[in-house]
Design a protein around this ligand. Structure first.
Ligand code: NAD
Length: 455
């Protein structure tokens, strides 16, 4: 049985030596990280093709490119983020130095997901390095080629005493979680998220959980439907629907539904041809387990478009289900595949009621030109993120926190939010030692009196 004690001990020893804390060290590691990604772009893309049949362009703009821009953004700001913050002072501390030190947390565990196995594993690692931590990296075994490429490259480019990769599945993860960490970041399902949370609880380890859920998408008739179809179905079809922030299901009136399906048929065939199985730009489902799960979702459903599958290849074509009953199995769990169920509602108010009666989603989308309806959604629904008139783009904005709420997760990362996630904010007072300061301070010493209390 795997034992990771020596791995974590080595990281702990390195952290305690203090070497990961300086600005120069962090900068060097981040520059090496960037070089690693740039020099091995093709190799990384090949691993993604092996795991998910992800095409090169998708690999670069949804996984690899974002790592490079994240590093650039962090390097531009790191010195300033690392400097102690100077909060406002009050009467009692007016003669003192009041600071918030941005300390690294120590040894952190980052557990990646398999759907964007490069980005969702390495993006948090960049944040953890920038905050001065040692990192144990556990890629998902469900995407083995990507996990192997991470394990091969990290020790070649980064300090092997501070950053180590552990490979394996459930039993290895279970062993790893017996170790004590100073922070755990996990990306994956809510079910496994609970297991991670329970393991962290034993050591009172803080966690960031990037989980999933059913992200709704409301569309009304004020929008240009062709644009809406493209933006929504792109969010659904990219990575064959295996995207945590994909629009999971649609809410709209019956009239919008009928027009949407007609337009979607045209758009999907424009993108992938009459049969997406032949398209070089269309991904495959990651495993037989997930394929079978998706197949079941088509039972007793009204398939308005698609429905073609090939279990041998794990090909699941873009599919739209209409007039879906909210109690149908497709509405009971996150789909995580290229199936778009449409539930019809009378209006925006009914859509909001529908959303609020369910778990808090990772994200929510609304397509409308009506500013009042936009505000209605933004002010009356709660989700990790929300986008009006587009999908997925929030992930690429380094200045926005990326994370869930409630069942879709806790904590957030990207840019400064990653730095803060892996940083301990140490409240600090450097007290003055002069006679005026001592006079003010002496008000607190006995004997007490009403005069000292100011009454
Ligand atoms: P998953 O990825 O969470 O489960 C598989 C992983 O969990 C494997 O790596 C496995 O080794 C591990 N695991 C399973 N049982 C375990 C146990 N008992 N102890 C320790 N580890 C265990 O689940 P999935 O359903 O394949 O992934 C899809 C989910 O991930 C979706 O819900 C999706 O929304 C979510 N996700 C969220 C984000 C985000 O950023 N919020 C990103 C990607 C995926």
């Amino acid at each position: 049985m795997a034992n990771f004690h020596h791995v974590v001990s080595k990281a702990r020893e390195t952290f305690e030596s203090g070497k990961t804390r300086s600005y120069e060290y962090r900068k060097k590691q981040l520059e090496n990280f960037k070089r690693m990604v740039q020099e091995n772009g093709d190799k990384i893309a090949q691993s993604l093709e092996q795991d998910l049949k992800k095409c090169k362009m998708e690999s670069f703009f949804t996984e690899i490119g974002l790592l490079v821009t994240e590093i650039d953004y962090i390097l531009e700001n790191l010195k300033q983020w690392m400097a102690p913050d100077k909060p406002e002072k009050n009467l009692i501390t007016m003669l003192d130095k009041v600071r918030i030190y941005n300390d690294p947390k120590g040894v952190v565990l980052v557990m990646g997901a398999w759907n964007y196995p490069i980005n969702l594993t390495l993006m948090p690692v960049i944040g953890a390095i920038s905050a001065g931590n040692c990192v144990i990296i556990k890629p998902s075994e469900v995407a083995p080629a990507s996990a192997n490429v991470i394990a091969e490259l990290i020790p070649k480019y980064l300090d092997p005493e501070a950053y180590q990769v552990c490979l394996g599945g459930v039993s290895e993860t279970t062993e790893l979680l017996k170790e004590k960490f100073d922070h755990i970041m996990y990306t994956g399902s809510t079910v496994v998220g609970r297991i991670i949370y329970a393991a962290a609880n034993k050591n009172l380890t803080p966690v960031t959980l990037e989980l999933g859920g059913k992200s709704p998408c409301y569309v009304d008739d004020s929008v240009n439907l062709n644009y809406a179809v493209k933006r929504i179905m792109w969010g659904k079809c990219i990575n064959a629907g295996q995207t945590c922030i994909a629009p999971d299901y649609m809410l709209c009136t019956k009239e919008v539904q009928d027009k949407f399906v007609k337009e979607a048929r045209k758009v999907i065939e424009e993108w992938y041809g009459p049969n997406a199985v032949n398209s070089p730009d269309y991904c495959r489902i990651v495993s037989d387990r997930h394929f079978k799960r998706l197949e079941k979702m088509l039972q007793n459903a009204e398939i308005a478009y698609g429905g073609q599958i090939d279990p041998k290849e794990r090909y699941f074509g873009p599919t739209i289900l209409t007039n879906v009953n909210p109690n149908h199995p497709v509405m009971k769990e996150e789909i995580f595949g290229p199936i778009m169920p449409i539930v019809t509602v009378a209006n925006a108010h009914e859509a909001i009621k529908f959303i609020n009666a369910r778990d808090r989603p990772l994200t929510s989308y609304v397509f409308t030109k009506d500013k009042q309806i936009q505000d209605l959604f933004l002010e009356n629904t709660i989700s990790g993120s929300a986008v009006v008139n587009d999908t997925l783009i929030q992930f690429g904005v380094h200045t926005l926190p990326f994370g869930g709420v409630g069942e879709s997760g806790m904590g957030a990362y990207h840019g400064k939010y990653s730095f803060d996630t892996f940083t301990h904010k140490k409240s600090t007072i450097i007290k003055n030692y002069n006679s005026l300061g001592e006079k003010i301070a002496s008000a607190r010493y006995p004997p007490y009196s009403d005069r000292k209390l100011g009454v």
